[in-house]
Ligand binder design. Structure first.
Ligand SMILES: [Zn+2]
Length: 201
């Protein structure tokens, strides 16, 4: 699972969906009170499983690094991952990247949820949330807006698999990293089709 997060981010890098130090991922497995998250600012083409940061949930739902001797700092988007992984019914992975056509479609004014409903190749398998507007990266505002768009409930359930952040990227949630990757890939594909067609919003 942890190796798969690294493999997914390397694949995203090779597809041009992130630049070298962008993107992040995390996982919390069922019945475990800790998460693994990618370290801040590492080169994604060299990411390996040992570099992921292990953090434990405290009674107040904050996260504390477990191996205090380890050098890596958690991703700057830790608050987003913490919020989504805090209340969990099951194993869950989060992947955040910047896919080119998906961001371009939002920039052009498309709502990704509306777009996805026009294409069965995506909406049969991937539920897309309404876009999150422009919010600062690495902020509590981004975490709040993303959780609201995914309609995160107290029991950890959410109403969509992926959400787009205007001028920024996407956040996908799934049971495993490659399923999250597929949500990103499907959305990117239909955004590419729409933009190549030249159709307006
Ligand atoms: Zn980002």
């Amino acid at each position: 699972m942890i190796t798969a997060i690294c493999d997914v981010l390397k694949e995203c890098y090779s597809r041009g969906w992130i630049s070298t130090r962008d993107g992040n991922g995390s996982v919390r497995r069922k019945n475990e009170n800790w998460i693994y998250i990618t370290p801040s600012g590492t080169k994604k083409q060299r990411l390996d499983a040992e570099s992921l940061v292990k953090m434990e949930f405290q009674p107040d739902k904050s996260l504390v690094k477990m191996d205090t001797d380890a050098t890596g700092k958690p991703s700057g988007e830790i608050e987003l991952h913490r919020r989504l992984l805090a209340e969990l019914p099951d194993t869950r992975t989060i992947i955040h990247v910047h896919p080119t056509y998906t961001i371009a479609a939002m920039y052009a004014g498309h709502d990704l949820q509306a777009l996805s409903l026009e294409f069965p190749e995506i909406h049969r398998y991937t539920k897309v949330a309404r876009n999150v507007g422009i919010v600062p990266a690495i902020s509590n505002e981004l975490a709040d807006a993303t959780c609201a768009a995914l309609e995160l409930q107290r029991d950890g359930s959410i109403s969509a698999d992926i959400v787009g952040l205007d001028r920024h990227g996407v956040i996908a949630v799934a049971r495993d990293p490659w399923s999250a990757f597929e949500h990103i890939e499907r959305l990117e594909h239909i955004c590419q089709i729409v933009l190549v067609s030249g159709a307006g919003k």
